[in-house]
Design a protein. Structure first.
Length: 201
């Protein structure tokens, strides 16, 4: 009784070119797995690591797979989520990820992997301004991403210059279900989100 169901730690280190590099680690003791993603990198978007199941925290661990991807410009991975449907990593790119198009200064992106590390799909979207995904949540109904945008993701206007918040839902096939934008006229961004039976928060 009283045993911790999960633990999260955040670490930062080193420098990566012009930008500092930090890494977010989440350990699920119930599943004895770890998932890591860098928070900020230069020229490389995301390194997703899955560590093998271990019977105890101190036991030896093996890297099952590593995936590295990016554009010719700056790419940043800010959020990661794990679900029975796959592993999701999201962030922002200044360029165009393979098979994608760049819409402006920084575009948001969402990528799905299966449990074997195979890319399932990638979605890149944005406005002429800066757009980035800073938070992600997944439930049985789909994938929810949130962050900030300097334009109108629904295509009704060009960049406004001041960031405001957005939330977007995708289904498991990568199709956009809906997008909501909101703000006060000053700078707003979504830094965390959660999903439950009562809705998206």
């Amino acid at each position: 009784m009283g045993r911790s169901a999960w633990r999260a730690t955040w670490t930062s280190c080193c420098s990566a070119g012009k930008h500092g590099s930090s890494r977010r680690k989440v350990r699920s003791e119930g599943h004895a797995e770890e998932y890591e993603a860098p928070v900020m990198m230069r020229s490389v978007a995301a390194v997703a690591l899955i560590i093998a199941a271990a019977p105890a925290i101190g036991a030896a661990q093996d890297v099952l797979w590593t995936r590295q991807f990016g554009s010719a410009a700056q790419d940043r991975a800010f959020a990661i989520a794990v679900h029975a449907s796959g592993l999701y990593v999201a962030g922002a790119t200044q360029g165009a990820l393979p098979g994608q198009r760049n819409a402006g200064a920084f575009d948001a992106f969402l990528r799905k992997y299966d449990r074997n590390g195979a890319e399932v799909w990638t979605r890149q979207f944005g406005t002429p301004g800066i757009d980035e995904i800073l938070a992600i949540a997944v439930d049985e109904a789909g994938i929810y991403v949130a962050g900030d945008t300097q334009g109108d993701l629904r295509g009704r206007s060009s960049a406004t210059g001041e960031a405001h918040a957005f939330v977007r839902k995708y289904d498991f096939n990568g199709a956009e279900v809906w997008t909501r934008e909101f703000g006060s006229g000053r700078r707003e961004e979504v830094l965390a989100m959660a999903v439950g039976s009562a809705g998206v928060f």
